[in-house]
Design a protein around this ligand. Sequence first.
Ligand SMILES: *Cc1c(COP(=O)(O)O)cnc(C)c1O
Length: 389
Amino acid sequence: MSNPSTVSNPVPMLDVSRGNQPLREDFLAALASVIDSGRFLFGEEVARLERQLAQLHQVDHAVACANGSDALLLALMALDIGPGDEVIVPSFTFFATASCVARLGAKIVFVDIEPKTFNIDPDAVAAAITPRTRAIIPVHLFGQAAAIDRICQMADAKGIHVVEDAAQAVAAAYRSRPVGSWGLVGCLSFYPTKNMGGMGDGGMLLTRDAEFADRLRLFAGHGMRPRYYHQVVGINSRLDSFQAAVLEIKLKHLPSATVARQVHAARYRQLLEESGLTGKAITLPVQDPAAYHVWNQFTIRVPAAERDAVRTHLQQRGIGSEIYYPVPLHRQVCFESLGYEPGSLPHTERACSEVISLPMYAELTADEQVRVVEGLASYFRTAAHRAAA
Ligand SMILES: *Cc1c(COP(=O)(O)O)cnc(C)c1O
């Protein structure tokens, strides 16, 4: 069949312009005001954004930085994590969750997920704790909080720090308490595909601890205090005023965008159930009743042997999809020396072979969702599927 560019009604995996175009004049005015201020770094826009995100996540301190990966790295640097230390992380996540550990010379300890929620399994965390464990990095994957209450209880009892990777979970909560306010520190990303996507890179650290916030700021600014006197070897990681000006506008629209995502998730669920495919060909994402889910991704499972064919079928109809994530981190080439064999984290490996994320953004229309589900349903009526089944 046709290539996606010739399909009349494509449903892209993501279309950032739909959200940005209606706000174009607001963005231009905010950017003009930064130009006029001449404060391109450390502008008032950055300080305001920090205050607003601290408030949203119910913490006293927020420290802006260059991106979500730096936020994770800075959190571990400020904890003095290094050689001889172990840090427990999930393997079913984006690379940055684990690379920060390796960058500091500490040992990555990968653990498995709960297959229903795709989030780190607290029992697996418990089993992986050793006297060398210094930190745990739970990821609130796809916008759904991990079982952060149990993880924090366990960690507190042993004097282990919790660094929340909330890159995909701005405004999410667990038991009505925002992510990023449970552990010592939470990390946000403003990468364009995230729920509060900027026009470039950006990140933010959240913490209730004033002293730790001060340390994070120190490490983010070359460890320099006062000017040209360096207390520690930090990095240069800043959010610029232009990006903060854009993000302030994005933040104003975040509550309605989050609700839109939740409505879309409910509609996907209903449409997929009505299609008769769920429970057989398609497994729906499972929502933890304690989680306030912000749906960064709507991720289903299909039989591993058919996933490529499903995606090709969708693509031929102009329907975007994505695999988050095709290769578990414990099986990445760069982590070969850690010695994780195939089968060592079975739930993670199975998820990597079965997941498909469907188009999900605030501006997605009901009609587009119908087309996505009809695309899936028509695949499962094909000869290719019947042969595979
Ligand atoms: C996006 C992401 C990051 C990194 O954020 P960047 O801003 O792209 O550096 C870290 N962890 C997870 C789980 C992410 O999805």
